[in-house]
Design a binder for this molecule. Sequence first.
Ligand SMILES: C[S@@+](CC[C@H](N)C(=O)[O-])C[C@H]1O[C@@H](n2cnc3c(N)ncnc32)[C@H](O)[C@@H]1O
Length: 256
Amino acid sequence: MALPDTTERDVPDTTDHDLYGPAAEFYDLLAAPAWARLGPLLRRALDRVDPGHGPLLDIGAGTGLSTEAAADAVPGAQLLAVEPSAGMRIALSTRLACRPELASRVTVTAGTVNDARLPPRLCAAVALGVVGHLGPAERAALWRLLSERLAPGAPAVVDVLDRTAPPTRAPLRLATRRVGALDYESWSEGADDGWTLTYRVRDGETVVREHAVPLPWSGIGIDDLAEEAGAAGLVCTPLGPDFAVLRSTTTREELS
Ligand SMILES: C[S@@+](CC[C@H](N)C(=O)[O-])C[C@H]1O[C@@H](n2cnc3c(N)ncnc32)[C@H](O)[C@@H]1O
C-alpha cells in the first residue's frame, strides 16, 4: 500500500483551533476496527505498571477511548487526561458520566501538557494518535518531560502512523457502521502535509451529510521516534511497526 513520503514536515500548532471538533460526533462510532488492534497492544504495554508511583498521563485523550483502556489496564491508577479539543472533551465527559468509577479517577485538563499541573512522578504515560500532530520542538519538550517524570522503568506508550494503513493517497474506507436507519462511514486520504479524515452519512445510496477533517501530520516514523526519545534518555522498544514503549534510563538528578 503506497504511502506519502515520511519526510519530516512542518506541523501547524494543532491547539490553535478545534482541529478534531468536526470528528468528535463520529469518532467513537467508527473507532472499533482501530481499537481492536490498539487495545491489546496498550494492555501489553501497560502490563505491571505500579499505580503507586503516581498518576498515569494520557496526552491527547480525545473522547477517552485511550483513557478508559489505560484505566482498565492499570486498576487503581489515577489518570490525568489532557485534551485541547472542546468537541472531543464533550465526548470524554459523556464517557466519564456513564462510568462513575472512571470519573472518580480521571482529572481532565482542557489544553496540552503545558496546561496540566503535573506531579513530579508518573506511573506511565500514553500518547496515542497524537505525536504526529506535534512539531519537532514540541516533541523534544515532551520526551524531556517524560524522561524527567516517568518513574524508573515506567512506560510511555506512543504510536506513529501505521505504515500498513492510512493515510494512503487514494481514498481508503476505514470503518462503517449502521446507526439507526443510516450508514456511517469514515474515509482517509493522504496529502503532502497530513491527511484528511472524511465522515459520510448515507441513506442507502444518498449521502445525506459529509464532513471533511484535514489533519496536519509531521510524518514522523518509528525510527525518528527512537532517535528523538533516545536524545532525552528514553529507550524505545517497538511493539509494532507504528507502536512503541519508551522507558526512562536517566534519573531526574542527572537531567538537571
Ligand atoms: C487521533 S486522536 C486520539 C485520541 C485518543 N488518544 C485515542 O487514542 O482515541 C488525537 C487527539 O490528540 C489531540 N491533540 C492534538 N494536538 C495535541 C497537542 N498538542 N497536545 C495534546 N493533544 C493534542 C487531538 O485534539 C485529538 O483529540
